[in-house]
Write a protein that binds this ligand. Structure first.
Ligand SMILES: CC(C)(COP(=O)(O)OP(=O)(O)OC[C@H]1O[C@@H](n2cnc3c(N)ncnc32)[C@H](O)[C@@H]1OP(=O)(O)O)[C@@H](O)C(=O)NCCC(=O)NCCS
Length: 220
């Protein structure tokens, strides 16, 4: 028997081989070089100091620990990846420039066919329509290529941009939850998107989807 051929990282963890383009936008898996660049972008600022869009206030991590904690979070996402519980976090590039992250989090996906989207964009790139484009693109990928039947999202009531993006992409309001944030309880608007409601953007070109389908337990 000859030597066993080496596998690339992307063969072993196909999220790294995923690439989706839609008009000026490209989404791709988070390799380490992209992660450290994303950490720099996040450290430059995602929101004003007096606002907190995230339930877990990771953006308040002191600068001396910020990059390592950011990397460890995303390495944790990789290390925990299994068909029962997986998150798909993708780098977002607009006209070739790294601008943020768009992801989806799932639990028991093969039964629920459901997941919750989450995202952020570096402050200097916000307010130009990129948040809407990247959510449209991810949702089209999930419905058309990865077997999703529903997608949820949530936004605090004091986050107008995130609420606006969900509504523009076609999500419907789906109740309000009370969440405990650092400054006390806050209303969290829940959203639900079904395939027929998705407001679509540019057509998608996808690479590496077949291997990701196998990774999450589809096509077995
Ligand atoms: C939420 C986020 C991803 C949206 O991305 P974006 O590129 O800024 O969003 P877009 O430019 O596509 O659209 C934003 C929409 O919000 C609206 N909006 C923004 N601020 C608003 C305000 N203060 N009041 C009302 N509407 C507002 C904009 O008018 C726009 O809608 P329009 O195109 O119909 O005018 C981005 O702002 C971000 O990263 N915010 C900080 C992190 C965050 O909140 N993440 C989500 C956690 S749930």
């Amino acid at each position: 028997m000859g030597p066993v051929p080496h596998r690339s990282l992307a063969q072993a963890y196909p999220v790294l081989g995923l690439r989706i383009t839609a008009g000026p936008l490209a989404l791709s898996g988070l390799d380490d070089a992209t992660l450290i660049e994303l950490a720099d972008l996040a450290a430059d600022g995602i929101h004003p100091d007096d606002q907190m869009p995230f339930l877990y206030p990771w953006t308040l991590t002191p600068p001396e620990r910020f990059h390592l904690q950011f990397l460890q979070h995303h390495w944790g996402v990789r290390s925990r990846f299994s068909p029962d519980a997986w998150d798909l976090d993708l780098a977002v590039r607009f006209e070739g420039q790294l601008v943020g992250m768009q992801g989806v989090m799932t639990r028991n996906f093969l039964a629920t066919r459901n997941g919750e989207t989450g995202s952020w964009i570096g402050r200097r790139f916000q307010g130009r329509g990129i948040g809407t484009l990247m959510r449209q693109t991810l949702c089209a990928l999930l419905f058309d290529h990865l077997g999703f039947e529903q997608i949820t999202s949530a936004a605090f009531s004091d986050n107008p941009a995130s609420n606006a993006v969900s509504q523009k992409v076609g999500y419907r309001p789906n109740g309000i939850e009370r969440k405990l944030r650092g400054d006390g309880w806050v209303a969290s608007q829940q959203y639900l998107l079904t395939p027929g409601d998705l407001v679509r953007g540019s057509e998608l070109t996808v690479q590496g989807v077949d291997d990701v389908r196998r990774l999450i337990g589809l096509d077995d």
